[in-house]
Design a protein around this ligand. Structure first.
Ligand code: F6P
Length: 457
């Protein structure tokens, strides 16, 4: 029997406490106890199933290295299930010291930081970082993306026909300069795109435990109006007003940062959104826009976008046999070649740190983001990190939370389906209503939030 069962308390997470598997009646507990071991088992299964292919692909000692890797992942799973202390990471990579210090800082009075007694954010990020270390300690697999096959399979299951609709809508309406008569139509495009990229965040392989969701089942159609009632707070209009306002003047190029989340359908939707931004700003005059996409430096939470996933996806669309789709992919390549789009990698995104620590831990990234006209955070993990992964009173305004955390970057657009028990900025009564409708509302990604925080002053 798992020792951890004696460790956690039969409690819900107290108000304002950090989320942790210590509280048995929390999604964090369910994740550490059940979901994380399942993800490790699936990884082991994939490696065992594809043993021959992987050995052939990597040659040399790959067969022996694969045995080592499988053994180490099984060991990690055992450590989680028996609530062992988080073992120190060993490689010399720049983020390792940060991880190890953070683990030390979280130690209890007994001097231990264990899976079920520490903050969930650390536990979960640590697991993915440790997996990476296991592979990187071998000769054969230093650059192996062990989640790639899951991501590629997910991409191939996407219904890309939907993109054609967006392509037409975007280029018909956003290439023309804004006039009084077409402004409403242009704003409607942005309203719909933001909604589409919200629901795209449902397609995440860590919440579905590797199960691929069909995007047409999720009704990612032209406007998905029937899902509106599931958006619990919605600042789209404020963001769009701000966006149009900054584009009224052409005195300088506008800069946007999109902190990406998942590959597959979510990434494709995000790229459509970025296409709309690029076309709209460019229609106001040449050289008016730059969009930086922030991706993960290592394979992360199964489906998160790495630099390689980004290029691969653009290439897949560009090479599509469908001429409309391939034109879209070529347009994306053009944006990248012309430096209108740029892919940026920073190891901060794969540390266990909340964003309030960014200024201290990653000052270069912080100063880069300080220049931005808007920073768009996609997804649940970014949400947890941005809002400090505490059990806030859900009615606390998003701006007040960021102020309390002393997070000073401004013009933040946050787009996330709810897959963890943290939420802020809701009107009174909404939580009670959701609880009546669906006991799992904070875990299943069926509900979403869109916050826009101009500034915390
Ligand atoms: O891809 P996203 O939206 O960041 O979701 C990842 C989230 O999904 C989960 O795996 C389920 O909650 C969390 O552990 C994590 O916050």
């Amino acid at each position: 029997m798992c020792e951890c069962q004696d460790m956690s308390m039969d409690l819900t997470t107290p108000r304002n406490a950090y989320l942790s598997a210590f509280y048995k009646r929390s999604f964090a507990y369910h994740t550490v106890k059940n979901r994380m071991p399942i993800i490790l088992t699936q990884l082991i299964d994939m490696l065992s199933r594809n043993k021959e292919m992987i050995t052939q692909q990597f040659g040399g000692d790959a067969s022996e290295d694969l045995k080592t890797v499988i053994g180490e992942i099984s060991k990690l799973k055992y450590e989680i299930q028996t609530n062992k202390p988080l073992a120190k990471l060993q490689t010399q990579d720049e983020d390792i010291k940060l991880y190890n210090n953070h683990i030390d800082k979280q130690a209890t009075e007994e001097g231990e930081t264990t899976y079920f007694n520490t903050i969930w954010l650390l536990t979960e990020c640590y697991m993915y970082r440790r997996i990476r270390e296991i592979f990187s300690l071998t000769e054969s697999f230093k650059n192996f993306d062990y989640f790639q096959s899951f991501k590629e399979e997910q991409f191939h299951q996407c219904n890309l026909e939907i993109l054609k609709f967006w392509k037409k809508c975007i280029s018909d309406n956003l290439l023309a300069p804004t006039t009084d008569s077409n402004k409403l139509a242009q704003q409607a495009i942005f309203q719909n795109l933001i909604k589409a990229i919200l629901w795209g965040n449902k397609c995440d392989l860590s919440i579905s435990l590797g199960k691929i969701l069909n995007n047409t089942d999720l009704l990612f159609n032209t406007d998905a109006d029937n899902l509106d009632k599931f958006i619990l707070t919605d600042d789209r209009t404020n963001f769009i007003e701000y966006f149009f306002k900054i584009n009224e003047s052409q005195d300088r190029a506008k800069l946007f940062d999109i902190v990406l989340d998942n590959s597959g359908y979510e990434l494709i939707q995000d790229l459509c959104f970025a296409t709309a931004i690029a076309l709209f700003c460019s229609s106001q005059g040449p050289g008016q826009v730059k969009i930086r996409f922030h991706v993960k430096a290592i394979p992360w939470f199964i489906s998160d976008v790495t630099k390689n996933d980004f290029s691969w996806t653009v290439e897949q669309i560009a090479q599509s046999p469908d001429t409309e789709l391939s034109a879209l992919g070529k347009q994306w390549k053009g944006f990248l070649n012309d430096n209108i789009w740029e892919v940026v990698v920073h190891s901060f995104w794969t540390t266990p740190f909340e964003f309030k620590y960014m200024e201290e831990v990653a000052p270069d990234l912080y100063s880069q983001l300080s220049q931005s006209d808007a920073i768009i955070f996609k997804g649940d993990l970014n949400y947890r990190k941005l809002f400090g992964e505490k059990n806030w009173d859900p009615c606390t305004p998003s701006k007040r939370v960021l102020k309390e955390l002393n997070f000073k970057l401004s013009n933040i657009l946050v787009i996330r389906t709810i897959k963890a028990d943290i939420v802020v900025g809701l009107k009174p009564g909404i939580v009670e209503e959701c609880e009546k409708q669906d006991a799992q509302w904070m875990a299943n990604g069926d509900y979403g939030v869109i916050h826009f925080v101009n500034s915390v002053d």
